[in-house]
Design a protein around this ligand. Structure first.
Ligand code: NAP
Length: 395
C-alpha cells in the first residue's frame, strides 16, 4: 500500500492515473498534479466515473524545485511518476532527492533550446541517488521502456547471444485529422526532424533525417513503410546488451503526415529558436503546438491499432535465431477503458507497471537505472495482466 504522486496531466498522465486507480492494493493513495489544475480535475472526474475511485489533485510548476518539494512534502508519496515533459526531468529529480523519494519517468531529459536526446544529464545523478539510498527509473514507457525490457528478456531467456536489434514502431491508427501528433507535438516534431542515427560495432552512424526507409509487415496492422530515426533507448541498450553488434530504431509515418511536416519545416514552423513577431519573441514550434490538436483530444474518434516490437537476431545452441517480440494495442479499446488513444495507453501502462515494480520491491536498487538493467520477468508478467499482452514469434 503506497502513496504515489503523478506529475503531468496530459494524454499519458491520464492513463497513469486510471491504471494506478485499477490497482488499489499497490496504489492506495493517488495524487495527480500538473501545471493546469483544470486538466487534473477532468481526469479526476473520469477516474471516479470509470474506475470508481477518488484521487487527489494539485497544481504545480515542476520547473520550480522549491514548489515541487513543498508539494512532495505535503503529499508524502513513496514515488513520483514524472509524465510531464522531458524538460522537467532534472528539476523533478532534484526535488525527489531533496524530499527523499524515488523517481520514475518515460522520456529522457532534453534541453529546451537544443533537440538532443541523451542520457548524460540524468546518468550524472547516479552518485546522488545511490548515496541518498533512492532509486530513479528512467524511460518506463513503451519505447523507451517495454522495448528495453523485451531486449533484456531476449538476451537472458531466448538467446545465447544477441547480435542485432531493430526496434519497430508502427501506429496504424487513424484520428481523422490531416495533421496531428500522437504525443506532445513539440517533443514529437523535435524527435523526428533531427538527424537519424544508429549504433554499429561501437560507432554511431549518422544519416540525414528520414533518408532511410523500409517496409515491414506489422502484426495486427499489415505492411507499412518505416523510417530510421534516432531514439533514446539506443544509447542505453548499446551499452547494456552484451555482445550486441548493431541496434536501430524504425518508425512508420503516413504520406500525409510527412507532406505536412515537410511544408512546416520548409516555412520554418518547426524551428526551436526564438524569432521576433510583432515586437515580441516567439518560438515557432511552440506556436505550432498551440494550433495543433491536443494529443489527448484525438482519442475519442481514433480507430486502428499500434504495433510495436523488437526484431532480434542472434544465436541459440549454436544455431542462428530470429524472433519478433511485440504488442498490438487497439485505439478504440483504450478509449473505452481509460478515455485515451493507444499511444498514450502504451506509454501510461508501462509507467504504472514500472511504478508497481518499485513499490512492491520487485525492482529495488540505489541509483539511476534504465529498464534493461532490472529483471524483465516480473515486469512482463504484470504488463500482460494490466492491458498490454505481448507475444514472441520465431521467424
Ligand atoms: N516512452 C514512451 O513510449 C513515450 C511515448 C509517448 C510520450 N512519452 C512521454 O510522455 C510524457 C507525456 O506525454 P503526453 O503526450 O502526455 O504530453 P502532453 O499531453 O503534452 O502532457 C504533458 C503534461 O505535462 C504538463 N506540464 C508541462 N510542463 C509542466 C510543468 N512545468 N509543470 C507541471 N506540469 C507540466 C502539461 O501541462 P499543461 O496541461 O499545463 O500544458 C501537460 O499536462 C512526455 O515526456 C513524452 O515525451 C513517452
Amino acid at each position: 500500500m503506497s502513496k504515489v504522486l503523478i506529475v503531468g496531466a496530459g494524454g499519458v498522465g491520464g492513463v497513469v492515473a486510471h491504471k494506478c486507480a485499477q490497482v488499489p492494493e499497490v496504489f492506495s493513495h493517488i495524487t495527480l498534479a500538473s501545471r493546469t489544475l483544470a486538466r487534473c480535475e477532468k481526469i479526476q472526474r473520469e477516474v471516479r466515473e470509470l474506475q470508481g475511485r477518488d484521487i487527489e489533485v494539485a497544481q504545480v510548476d515542476a520547473d520550480d524545485v522549491a514548489q515541487t518539494v513543498a508539494l512532495i512534502r505535503r503529499v508524502e508519496p513513496a514515488l513520483v511518476i514524472n509524465v510531464a515533459l522531458p524538460y522537467q526531468d532534472l528539476t523533478l529529480m532534484d526535488a525527489c532527492l531533496e524530499a527523499g523519494v524515488d523517481y520514475l519517468d518515460t522520456a529522457n531529459y532534453e534541453p529546451p533550446d537544443e533537440a538532443k536526446f541523451e542520457y548524460k544529464w540524468q546518468w550524472a545523478y547516479q552518485d546522488r541517488f545511490r548515496d541518498a539510498g533512492r532509486m530513479a527509473l528512467l524511460g518506463s514507457g513503451f519505447d523507451p521502456g517495454v522495448t528495453n525490457v523485451f531486449c533484456a528478456y531476449a538476451a537472458q531467456h531466448l538467446f545465447d547471444r544477441v547480435r542485432t536489434i531493430d526496434i519497430l514502431d508502427c501506429n496504424g491508427g487513424d484520428h481523422g485529422h490531416p495533421f496531428a501528433t500522437n504525443f506532445n507535438p513539440e517533443i514529437n516534431i523535435r524527435e523526428i526532424t533531427q538527424k537519424g542515427r544508429y549504433w554499429e560495432r561501437g560507432e554511431w552512424v549518422e544519416i540525414e533525417p528520414m533518408s532511410e526507409s523500409r517496409v515491414f509487415d506489422f502484426p495486427g496492422v499489415g505492411e507499412r513503410k518505416a523510417y530510421l530515426l534516432y531514439h533514446e533507448e539506443l544509447e542505453s541498450l548499446s551499452r547494456n546488451i552484451p555482445g550486441l553488434e548493431r541496434i536501430r530504431f524504425w518508425m512508420t509515418f503516413g504520406e500525409s503526415y510527412l507532406k505536412h511536416l515537410e511544408v512546416l519545416q520548409n516555412v520554418g514552423m518547426t524551428r526551436i529558436d526564438p524569432v521576433m513577431f510583432e515586437g515580441r519573441e516567439i518560438v515557432p514550434i511552440k506556436f505550432l503546438k498551440a494550433l495543433l490538436p491536443d494529443p489527448a483530444s484525438l482519442a475519442e474518434n481514433y480507430t486502428g491499432k499500434t504495433s510495436i516490437g523488437c526484431l532480434i537476431e542472434g544465436e541459440k545452441d549454436g544455431k542462428p535465431k530470429t524472433v519478433f517480440i511485440y504488442n498490438v494495442c487497439d485505439h478504440e479499446e483504450t478509449w473505452r477503458e481509460v478515455r485515451a488513444q493507444a499511444v498514450s495507453y502504451t506509454t501510461g501502462v508501462p509507467a504504472m507497471v514500472g511504478a508497481m515494480m518499485m513499490l512492491t520491491g520487485e525492482w529495488r536498487g540505489h541509483g539511476v537505472f534504465n529498464m534493461e538493467q532490472l529483471d524483465p520477468v516480473p515486469f512482463l508478467e504484470a504488463l500482460g495482466q494490466h492491458g498490454l499482452p505481448w507475444h514472441v514469434t520465431a521467424l
